[in-house]
Unconditional design. Structure first.
Length: 237
């Protein structure tokens, strides 16, 4: 059943309004409206909102730019559907081939397919290159939850960064075994791009220790506080 569309906020209406709340397989997830924007909260932890999206789009753009020239129709795995900015950016780029999004929360998928976030992602979801896979990203990368395919780019945005995970189970993704699994999911010369709410020199070191090369970080200034960041690394050819 489609979710009810929220009414248009009136001028000065900036307080958070709960649009939907669900108990998912990993705890509570909430979709809220604040003024003219939506935000997703997981177990009381703010994940993302629709107010900006520059860093989510950079996650996709930087990965494509880092790929070797001339690679035809590269495949991309987007870890986390979120508010849809990364998927929309990928679908806007004709050079991408298959676009697979792994999302573990049924509620988030529902909000895009039949709820308020459809206004953002509907064209991207209708793109024939797009596939939404309901699965745990950590399990998918390790080959235990879903098909163990290889990709030309992994664009991961499931936490607030390597140092600030949403659930304890995600910690292993950023350690030696998790990064080794990411490396194995990439084609030679493939790109790993990881979104973070702040730059992490320790994570850069972890990427190098896991066998990645050309490790670098792109920063995105924000209105207050430390910049957002996209960590980039290449699997050797």
């Amino acid at each position: 059943m489609p979710l009810p569309m929220p009414t248009t906020p009136t001028e000065g209406d900036t307080g958070p309004v709960t649009v939907d709340r669900r108990e998912g397989p990993y705890g509570e997830v909430v979709l809220r409206r604040r003024g003219g924007h939506f935000e997703i909260i997981a177990n009381g932890c703010f994940l993302m909102d629709t107010s900006d999206g520059r860093s989510e789009r950079l996650l996709i753009d930087a990965a494509l730019t880092a790929l070797p020239d001339g690679r035809p129709s590269p495949t991309v795995l987007i870890g986390g559907l979120g508010v849809g900015f990364s998927l929309v950016r990928a679908a806007e780029e004709p050079r991408w081939g298959r676009i697979r999004v792994v999302e573990r929360e049924p509620a988030v998928i529902d909000w895009h397919r039949a709820g308020p976030l459809a206004r953002i992602s509907a064209p991207a979801l209708a793109d024939p290159r797009t596939e939404i896979l309901r699965a745990d990203l950590v399990g998918h990368v390790r080959g235990t939850d879903g098909p163990a395919d290889r990709y030309d780019a992994l664009c991961l945005d499931i936490d607030n960064g390597p140092d600030w995970t949403v659930t304890e189970d995600n910690d292993g993704l950023y350690g030696p075994s998790g990064l080794a699994a990411c490396r194995e999911r990439l084609t030679p010369g493939g790109v790993l791009a990881v979104w973070s709410a702040r730059p992490s020199a320790a994570f850069e070191d972890a990427l190098r220790n896991a066998g990645f090369v050309k490790v670098r970080t792109e920063e995105i200034p924000v209105a207050r506080g430390v910049p957002d960041a996209v960590h980039l690394a290449i699997r050797p050819a």
